[in-house]
Design a protein around this ligand. Sequence first.
Ligand code: WT7
Length: 627
Amino acid sequence: MSDQSIESAMQENRVFPPPPEVSAKAWIKSRQQYDQMYRESIDRPDDFWGKIAGELHWFKKWDRVLEWNLPNAKWFVGGKTNVAYNCLDFQIEKGRGEKIAILWEGENGDVRRVTYRQLREDVCRLANGLKKLGVKKGTRVTIYMPMVPEAAVAMLACARLGAPHSVIFGGFSSQAIADRVDDAKSEIVITADGGRRRGQLVPLKHNVDEAAKKTALIKKVIVFKHTAEPIGWTEGRDVWWSDVVAGQSAACDAEPLDAEDPLFVLYTSGSTGKPKGIVHTTGGFLVGTYITTKYVFDLHDQDIYWCTADVGWITGHSYVVYGPLANGTTSLMYEGAPNFPDFSRFWAIIARHKVTVFYTAPTAIRAFMRAGRQLVDGHDLSSLRILGTVGEPINPEAWMWYHRVIGGERCPIVDTWWQTETGATMMAPIPGVTATKPGSCTKPLPGIFADIVDEDGRPVKTADAGGYLVIKRPWPSMLRTIWGDNERYIKTYWEKFKNHYYVAGDSARRDKDGYYWIMGRIDDVLNIAGHRLGTMEIESALVAHPKVAEAAVVSKPHDIKGESAFAYVVLNVPRPQGAAAKALIDELRAWVGDQLSPIAKPDEIRLTDNLPKTRSGKIMRRLLRAV
Ligand code: WT7
């Protein structure tokens, strides 16, 4: 993040106590209740987590809460459970069969309401259909879907069978699909003909067809008909979703899975060119997302909860699908763009469906701010009671706008710090208890042993002094490994300090009240509009272009996106001038969009004759950033 935002955060002294009407109705009502819970989580963590796990459904109770052989942790050892059972059957048993599980709004205005009972039927039919295609416990299934209820159906069907899913964000290109399919060795892909985004059709099936030219692994493609646009078809490989589920029973036993069986793999960027397959397991992920959804959003039965993330990101996994459904919540899912047909769309959705809890990203908030408050006025937002943010530090100005204009000064804002790797929120306010400060994710949640340490792993005690953000003890929803590369897992997360702390990759400071302020990434990772992108990944995409010899990507502050990518490129052909240079730059930007994703396109590309390097040949990014 920009120095500017760190500075303004430094000067931030405003404090917003929890509104009494929020505290009165909250799960955690008072400081005293919170402190007691916190104490227990520190003094007797196993009892604390065991109690929470006990609120969920287990086919067989665990023998031990935690088995910790640094850096490998196992949670709820010996326990058998199933995430889909918890999200569906367990809710129906509690009397929520006719409650809306997924409330969907399409970009074209269509609305669908799927009850818990219907959702279970859809999930079971697909699970039975998948079984017939040979999917069983352990089979990796790739999911490349638009934001439609069937994306959740596909995830839950996999979870029901114990087949780890690998969801790929619908904005990723065919090359990204092929790379992930290859890495996960996933022969089956679930997709749709297309999706709708900003009034345009996203050619999902076409992208899978292109991916299938880049990897020989794809054997089956299940296609959900959504936009009904014409698509290509490969006989023997492609099959319609409707044909897969036709004639299948609406009942399918949930596989009793080991708590440590993988639930999914999700790829995220790191500091090398190759994305990492983050592995999450069944029991721990369920417990972590369940409890954080309940306490941080303070969800109750009548809430209409909306997390705007796409299911292709971890936020969509944890807080659109699994966390909310494990709480029996109505989770709203919106298919399209925030600015379609204009920037009032979100406010219209909140008013139309009486959304009570709303969770979005700072980059979106800044875009709304820029668009102007006249787009908010006229929409009744009085149903809202809690607001949330995630993905990057929120600048106090955007926080205040969110608080005033969207929250009407009555809704607590929960700024949630977490990562793909942590699975669930690690630091955030508890709405009925924690006083908030604009720009701070406040404090670690109960059960989370966060700290800030110096280069030698020693805790930084001085208020406001920066350092490495670490987690000192395992937590249930932590990643277990990187798919197929346990060495990289240990190296990336556990080896920086000899005391084996989990290294988040963020720097942070703690103020005199013990509040944490995230300062940004310390590795070669950019955060563009809340999306994580490795500089190396963008560089690899650039050098894959036939005319590019070398590339260096650095971060540049951006008003709305937070950060943007700035690329220096050395060509292996004579450097063009004027219009020809401009044309090549446009071509390179489009190329990166094609290779990775439109999000990864550098905002600016500078063609240059050489890059500054150290004597050992490393590119001096610090110098380039300064330029
Ligand atoms: C990185 C994780 C967690 C879901 C979305 C992103 C940054 C995330 C916050 C926050 C400041 C934040 C960190 C983190 N980040 N939330 N509330 N305040 N920074 O997931 O792609 O795994 O990225 O996003 O830098 O390490 P991700």
